[in-house]
Design a protein around this ligand. Structure first.
Ligand SMILES: C[S@@+](CC[C@H](N)C(=O)[O-])C[C@H]1O[C@@H](n2cnc3c(N)ncnc32)[C@H](O)[C@@H]1O
Length: 361
């Protein structure tokens, strides 16, 4: 009721001036109107249906053998008819299938949305809900040029990142497996020493530790996050080769000429252009001759006109950070060259929207 009242006030306050009122349509609309409905309604609703299903743990319940709307609703303490509507919508969205009155998981839901699974996207609903609150304020952010919330301020980061990094694990681990396979083919010498900067769950380094059994990995992150990397490294049987450096990456010494691989996984964007460039410089200095820097990022085209996920990510940074943004391949090439790295190359993987970037010292 309150929401409805607020909407009426909003519409009154934002009423169109008389010269902008709708006129009679003279011909068939020449534009794809459906795109607007799709983007302003359906794509948001898709996300919220999924968030609700995760919050009600629908996928885990189905995996555990509750397969009718009644069983799932009872198990979740939910209303049966309402649950049936949600389940049928999830069938339409491709997460479930239904035979008569029994629901089953499609492969993506089975792999990533069942609690306890290897690639469970833990915390994803909480992150989606949290980020949505910032996105609701985008117009105001653009008006003022100030972020809605600064998730990378140290105090907030320490609460936000422990949840975020778990939700990122499945996609980043999958992309990193492809990266490790590619680097194993490229390199003449095995990788012995890895620095995973802003490691989060360790998603980017764990596949390298798995592929190079002698490799030792140093994880750098806040003390609230390193236990998560330890947990995932333990689950993958590589924790005894991990060590944990806790602190702020801006103040931490990365060492010199001592690493075969330095990983910057989804950290340059939130650091912004100045600290991002410095981070690349510090990482390059830490590499041995012949060592590799790997950067995982959202990278738009050089004109910054697309692809859409990368440009939307740029807005996400505008909303949630002070200086964060996405940077182009031209930016990365310039920073990598200035840091003394060459042989810049990219690797497209199925799990990440943008290609991974590699450069050699
Ligand atoms: C977007 S997450 C990426 C995590 C991981 N690399 C991945 O891609 O899955 C950013 C990570 O950087 C860490 N981080 C951000 N700012 C940091 C800082 N100033 N010092 C140390 N770690 C930081 C966060 O705690 C978080 O783990």
């Amino acid at each position: 009721m309150i929401v409805f009242f607020k909407m009426i006030v909003f519409f009154k306050e934002n009423a169109m001036p008389a010269n902008r009122r709708p006129t009679r349509l003279k011909s068939r609309p020449p534009v794809p109107i459906r795109k607007l409905t799709e983007e302003m309604m359906w794509s948001l609703w898709r996300a919220f249906a999924l968030v609700a299903a995760i919050e009600l743990d629908v996928f885990t319940r189905i995996d555990a053998g509750k397969t009718t709307a009644r069983e799932i609703a009872e198990d979740a303490g939910a209303d049966e008819a309402a649950m049936r509507r949600l389940l049928d919508a999830l069938v339409a969205l491709g997460y479930l299938r239904r035979v008569k009155d029994r629901y089953a998981l499609e492969a993506l839901a089975k792999t990533c949305l069942v609690r306890g699974g290897d690639l469970y996207m833990e915390g994803a609903a909480m992150i989606a809900r949290g980020l949505t609150m910032g996105w609701m304020q985008l117009a105001e952010v653009v008006r003022t040029g100030k972020p809605a919330v600064q998730e990378n301020s140290e105090a907030r980061a320490r609460q936000f990142f422990p949840v975020l990094v778990r939700s990122l694990f499945p996609a980043n681990y999958t992309a990193a497996r492809a990266a490790a396979a590619s680097l194993a083919r490229d390199r003449r010498h095995p990788i012995a020493s890895i620095l995973d900067v802003a490691a989060g769950s360790g998603a980017w380094s764990i596949p390298f530790a798995e592929r190079f059994p002698k490799a030792r990995v140093t994880v750098l992150d806040f003390p609230e996050v390193t236990p998560i990397a330890r947990e995932y490294a333990t689950a993958h049987g590589v924790a005894e080769r991990y060590e944990f450096l806790e602190g702020n990456l801006r103040e931490t010494d990365f060492g010199r000429d001592c690493r075969d691989l330095v990983i910057l996984g989804h950290i340059v964007h939130s650091e912004g252009p100045e600290w991002g460039r410095r981070l690349i410089e510090k990482s390059a200095a830490a590499l041995r001759k012949g060592g590799t820097l790997m950067i995982a990022e959202m990278v738009p085209n050089d004109a910054r006109t697309g692809p859409a996920p990368e440009m939307l990510f740029s807005l996400n940074m505008l909303i949630h950070t002070g200086e964060g943004d996405v940077f182009t391949m031209a930016d990365y090439r310039k920073w990598l060259r200035a840091a003394g790295l060459g042989n810049v190359r990219t690797l497209k993987t199925a799990a990440a929207p943008s290609p991974l970037i590699f450069a050699t010292k």
